[in-house]
Design a protein around this ligand. Structure first.
Ligand SMILES: Cc1cc2nc3c(=O)[nH]c(=O)nc-3n(C[C@H](O)[C@H](O)[C@H](O)COP(=O)(O)O)c2cc1C
Length: 143
């Protein structure tokens, strides 16, 4: 699985306004199970009506997941902001981590999602640092 390790990052919008968070709760369990089976790891943040997700793993496994994700009517305007080989995983312990976007983080995360087309590295590293911080604080279990 590490021979062709790739990273994908995308942004999308919940199909129904204000339902991004409840949509995520419906998606998460199945997505984590399928990602685990496919050797994929990653994280997703929800801010307002927008999703920002990172997936990493074998290129073919990413293609398969992406085809399903892009065809999912629960969100729209799926914009891929990164697709590239990477030397290591940023979310190794998580099939799909879903950190809480606390009010104190919302502005920073909103800005990162808004500008992720121009600067995907900032958005990805912010997501990673939020996941790591919440994990160290005991607020986020490995999933
Ligand atoms: C924002 C968003 C992110 C998703 N992320 C994943 C994911 O990481 N892995 C996954 O298997 N499904 C994910 N899904 C769910 C898929 O789109 C799809 O519903 C699921 O893979 C089942 O596909 P199927 O109904 O064609 O079998 C996501 C859906 C949304 C809306």
């Amino acid at each position: 699985m590490t021979q062709d390790l790739q990273q994908l990052a995308f942004r999308s919008e919940a199909a129904t306004a204000n339902e991004a968070l409840s949509g995520l709760l419906a998606i998460l369990g199945g997505a984590q199970r399928r990602n685990r089976e496919a050797g994929l790891t990653g994280a997703i943040a929800v801010s307002g009506a927008r999703y920002f997700q990172v997936l990493e793993g074998d290129g073919e496994a990413i293609d398969e997941a992406l085809a399903r994700i892009e065809g999912d009517p629960r969100h729209e305007n799926v914009q891929i902001v990164a697709r590239r080989p990477v030397p290591f995983r940023s979310f190794e312990a998580w099939s799909l981590a879903s950190p809480t976007v606390l009010p104190s983080l919302k502005l920073q995360i909103d800005l990162a999602i808004s500008s992720c087309e121009a600067d995907c590295d900032y958005a990805i590293s912010l997501l990673r640092s939020v996941v790591m911080t919440q994990h160290l604080n005991g607020c986020l279990l490995a999933a």
